[in-house]
Design a protein around this ligand. Structure first.
Ligand code: HDE
Length: 690
C-alpha cells in the first residue's frame, strides 16, 4: 500500500491557522507546541490503530467534547450586541447613579434579547415572551437591567417560578413541544393560578410575536427605587421604547418563518448593525410618587400589574444605541451573565417578592452554567471600571493577585506594605426603610398581601385597550392554543377564568372551539373596570415608516432594470432596505443590462419581507403562474397583510392568484408609501378570526 503524505493538504484549511490572538501564524497546541500535521492522527502503521500518545489529537478532541456549556434553563436562545447608553437628561435629584449624572454622558452596554421557553437551538419566532437584558458597564460598577418585552410577569412570588417554567417547557415524559405554550401542562397551570392571566393575555397578543428585536419595547417589570445623594428614595419603573416603533408579525407568518428562517431575529439584528443601521431605544422612567402608590387599587410591588402611562407618564432620560456585533457568539452572547442583583449606588431594589427571589437565582445559576465563582472575570462580564477586593483563588482564577494582604482588617501599611482595598462611606448603601407600603418587619411570615388578590382587572384593561383587529388576534390565539390542549377539563377551566376577564372574549373563544361556556370561576376580588390605556395597543401607536423595514423585489429575465433601480433608490432614501429575488441567482439578462439576485425565489419566501413588489415581463409571469413558489410568494404576502406593488406585466399573477385589489395591492408607482404599514382591514375577508 502506498504511503500517504503526513503533511497538511493545501486548500483544505491546513495552510491557514488562527492563533489565540486572532492573527494568522503557526498552529500550535494549547500549550504552545507547534503542530506539524492537522489532517492525520498518529497511527501504528498506515493501516494500524491510532496511538494513545497522540497528544495533538487527544487535546483537540478533548477540547471539542467540552465546547458546550449548560444552556440557560430559561432564555436559552438569544442574540446580543454592544453599544452605548447616553444620558439625555441628568436626574441628580432622583438618583446618584453616575450614568445619570450628566446630560451627554455615555456608558458602554451589552444587550441580549431572547425567547424564554425554547432551547438554545430552537427557532426565533414562536409565540413567547422575549427577554430584554442590558448590562451597563458604569464607572461605579455593572448595572444589569434584566427585563422583558412585556411589562408584567406570570407570577407574583419567586417560589412559583420552577412550577411556571416546568409547565411551559417540554412536557416531562414526552419531551415536546419545544418552544410552545400550546399544550396541556401550561394551560393547566395558568388556569389554576389566575395571577398568571395578565401576562397570559399579553402573551396571546401580538406582543409575543415581534417583527424584530429592534421593534420591541423593553420593561424592567418590577418597581425599583432610585436613591439620590441625600438618601431620598423614589419608586420607578424602567422602560425602553424602540425608535422604529413596536411592530409585530401575523401568527401564520411567524409559524411559516420557523421554516423559512430559524434565525429570523438573530439575522435581522446582525444585518441591521452590520449595515450601519443601528437599533436605538429611548430609555424612560415612570415615577410613582408614594401618594399615587397608596391610592392605586393594586400594589406597585406586585409584578403582575402595570401602572398605565396615562397615570404615570414615561419621562425619557436616555437612549441606547447598539452599534457593534459580537466578535464571538460563544465568548460574549453565550457567556454573558446577567444578574438583577447587579445594581450601582443610586439604584436599589424594592420588596417585590418576585424581584427578591431573582436576586438569589441569577448568581446561583452562573455557577452551574459557567462553572466557577470567577465568572465575573470573563471579559463580557467584567466591569470596565477598576475593581478590587480580597476574594481569592477559585476555579479558573485568571488574576494574579500580588502582595500579602488577602484579609482585612490588617496593619500591613504600618510596615510599608500594600494593605489592599478598604470599604468606603461612598460605597453602595442599601435603602434602609423596611416599613414602606404598610410592611410590618417584626414578623417572619409566609403570606401573600391581600392587595395582590385582584387577578382580573388588569387583563380586562389590556383587552379593552386593543383595536378590534388586535382583539381578534388575542381571541384567535386562545382558540389555537386551547385547540392543542387535550384535557377537556383544562380547556373548560381556562374558559371559566376568561369569563372574569371579559364575557365577550370568553364567548368568542368558546365559539371558536365549538364548545359551550362553563360557569365563571370564583374570583377572590371582583374585577374593576379600569380606564383603557391606548399605550397598550401596538396598532394605535403604529409608526408609518420604512425605516428598518425590508422590501423584497421579484424580477426575472427581461425585467426592466430602470424600474427596479428607481424602486430601490426610493425605498433606500426612506430608510428601508431592498432584497432582490429571482427564480435564479444569475446574473440574469434584464432590460438595460444584467442583474444578480440576492436570493432564489424558493429560498426567499415573502415572509422574510415587510412588503413586496414585482417587476416582471408578461412571458415570465406566464411561467411563474405555474410555479408554486411564486404563487406562495404573492399569496403569503397578501395573507400577511403586506403591501404588494405590481407592474402592468405582473398584475396578471395577482389576478390569477385571486387577490382583491385593496389599498395595499397597488401599482409600483404608489408602492413605497403603501409599504409603510400592514393592511389590517384585509384580514376579516381572509381568515376566520375568533
Ligand atoms: Fe429570569 N432567569 N427569572 N426573569 N430572566 C434567568 O438566569 C428567574 C424573571 C430574564 O439574556 C436565569 O442567567 C427567576 C422576570 C431574562 O442572559 C435564571 C424568576 C424577568 C433572562 C432566571 C425570574 C426575567 C433571564 C437563567 C422569578 C423579567 C435572560 C439564566 C423570580 C423582568 C438573561 C440566567 C440573559 C434568565 C431566574 C423571573 C427576565 C434561571 C427565579 C420577572 C431576560 O436565573
Amino acid at each position: 500500500m502506498a504511503r500517504r503524505s503526513t503533511q497538511s493538504g493545501k486548500g483544505n484549511g491546513g495552510e491557514l491557522h488562527q492563533a489565540p490572538s486572532g492573527k494568522s501564524g503557526t498552529l500550535t497546541t494549547n500549550h504552545g507546541v507547534p503542530v506539524s500535521d492537522n489532517q492525520n492522527s498518529l497511527r501504528a502503521g498506515p493501516a494500524g490503530p491510532t496511538l494513545l500518545e497522540d497528544f495533538v489529537l487527544r487535546e483537540k478532541i478533548f477540547h471539542f467534547d467540552h465546547e458546550r456549556i449548560p444552556e440557560r434553563i430559561v432564555h436559552a436562545r438569544g442574540s446580543a450586541a454592544h453599544g452605548f447608553f447616553e444620558c439625555t437628561e441628568a436626574i441628580p435629584s432622583l438618583s446618584r447613579a453616575s450614568l445619570f449624572a450628566e446630560k451627554g454622558k455615555r456608558t458602554p452596554v451589552f444587550a441580549r434579547f431572547s425567547t424564554v421557553a425554547g432551547g438554545a437551538g430552537s427557532v426565533d419566532t414562536p409565540r413567547d415572551v422575549r427577554g430584554f437584558a442590558v448590562k451597563f458597564y458604569t464607572d461605579e460598577g455593572n448595572w444589569d437591567l434584566v427585563g422583558n418585552n412585556i411589562p408584567v410577569f406570570f407570577i407574583q412570588d419567586a417560589i412559583k417560578f420552577p412550577d411556571l417554567i416546568h409547565s411551559v417547557k417540554m412536557e416531562a415524559d414526552r419531551g415536546f413541544p419545544q418552544a410552545a405554550s400550546a399544550h396541556d401542562t401550561f394551560w393547566d397551570f395558568v388556569s389554576l393560578m389566575p395571577e398568571t392571566l395578565h401576562t397570559m393575555i399579553w402573551a396571546m397578543s401580538d406582543r409575543a410575536i415581534p417583527r424584530s428585536y429592534r421593534m420591541m419595547q423593553g420593561f424592567g417589570v418590577h418597581t425599583f427605587r432610585l436613591v439620590n445623594a441625600k438618601g431620598k428614595s423614589t419608586f420607578v419603573k424602567f422602560h425602553w421604547k424602540p425608535k422604529l416603533g413596536v411592530q409585530s408579525l401575523i401568527w401564520d407568518e411567524s409559524n411559516k418563518l420557523q421554516g423559512a428562517d430559524n434565525d429570523f431575529h438573530r439575522r435581522d439584528l446582525w444585518e441591521a448593525i452590520d449595515a450601519g443601521d443601528f437599533p436605538e431605544w429611548d430609555f424612560g422612567i415612570q415615577i410613582i410618587p408614594d401618594k399615587l402608590a397608596a391610592e392605586l387599587p393594586y400594589n406597585i410591588l406586585d409584578a403582575t400589574k402595570i401602572v398605565p402611562e396615562e397615570i404615570a407618564p414615561v419621562r425619557i432620560i436616555g437612549r441606547m444605541v447598539l452599534n457593534r456585533n459580537p466578535d464571538n457568539h460563544f465568548a460574549e452572547t453565550e457567556q454573558a451573565a446577567f444578574l438583577p442583583s447587579n445594581v450601582v449606588p443610586g439604584i436599589d431594589f424594592t420588596n417585590d417578592p418576585l424581584l427578591q427571589g431573582r436576586l438569589f437565582s441569577y448568581l446561583d445559576t452562573q455557577k452551574s452554567r459557567l462553572g466557577t465563582t470567577n465568572f465575573h472575570q470573563i471579559p463580557i462580564n467584567a466591569p470596565k471600571c477598576p475593581f478590587a477586593n480580597l476574594q481569592r483563588d477559585g476555579m479558573m482564577q485568571t488574576h494574579v493577585h500580588k502582595g500579602r494582604a488577602n484579609y482585612e482588617p490588617n496593619s500591613l501599611d504600618e510596615a510599608g506594605e500594600d494593605p489592599g482595598p478598604r470599604a468606603s462611606a461612598e460605597g453602595f448603601r442599601t435603602y434602609a426603610d423596611n416599613t414602606e407600603l404598610g410592611n410590618d418587619p417584626s414578623e417572619k411570615v409566609r403570606v401573600r398581601d391581600e392587595t395582590f388578590g385582584d387577578h382580573y382587572s388588569q387583563p380586562r384593561m389590556f383587552w379593552r385597550s386593543q383595536t378590534e383587529n388586535e382583539q381578534a388576534h388575542i381571541a384567535s390565539a386562545l382558540v389555537f392554543e386551547l385547540s392543542k390542549v387535550e384535557l377537556d377539563h383544562v380547556r373548560k377551566r381556562v374558559l371559566s377564568v376568561l369569563r372574569n376577564i371579559d364575557e365577550m372574549l370568553a364567548q368568542r373563544v368558546a365559539d371558536g372551539l365549538g364548545t359551550k361556556l362553563p360557569p365563571a370561576a370564583p374570583a377572590f376580588k371582583p374585577p374593576l373596570d379600569l380606564e383603557p390605556s391606548d399605550a397598550l395597543s401596538i396598532q394605535k401607536n403604529w409608526q408609518k415608516t420604512l425605516k428598518g423595514r425590508k422590501v423584497g423585489i421579484l424580477f426575472s429575465d427581461g425585467s426592466d432594470m430602470a424600474t427596479i433601480e428607481a424602486l430601490k433608490t426610493e425605498i433606500e432614501s426612506k430608510g428601508g432596505s431592498v432584497f432582490l429575488v429571482a427564480p435564479k441567482i444569475g446574473p440574469l439578462k434584464v432590460k438595460g443590462g444584467s442583474l444578480k439576485a440576492d436570493g432564489q425565489l424558493a429560498g426567499s419566501p415573502s415572509m422574510l419581507f415587510d412588503a413586496v413588489a414585482m417587476v416582471l415581463m408578461p412571458d415570465e409571469v406566464a411561467k411563474l403562474m405555474k410555479e408554486a413558489a411564486a404563487r406562495d410568494w404573492v399569496q403569503n404576502a397578501y395573507a400577511h397583510l403586506k403591501a404588494i406593488g405590481y407592474c402592468p406585466g405582473s398584475k396578471a399573477l395577482l389576478e390569477d392568484c385571486g387577490l382583491a385589489f385593496d389599498d395595499g395591492v397597488i401599482p409600483n408607482e404608489k408602492f413605497v408609501k403603501a409599504a409603510t404599514r400592514r393592511y389590517w382591514d384585509r384580514e376579516p375577508g381572509l381568515r376566520d378570526l375568533a
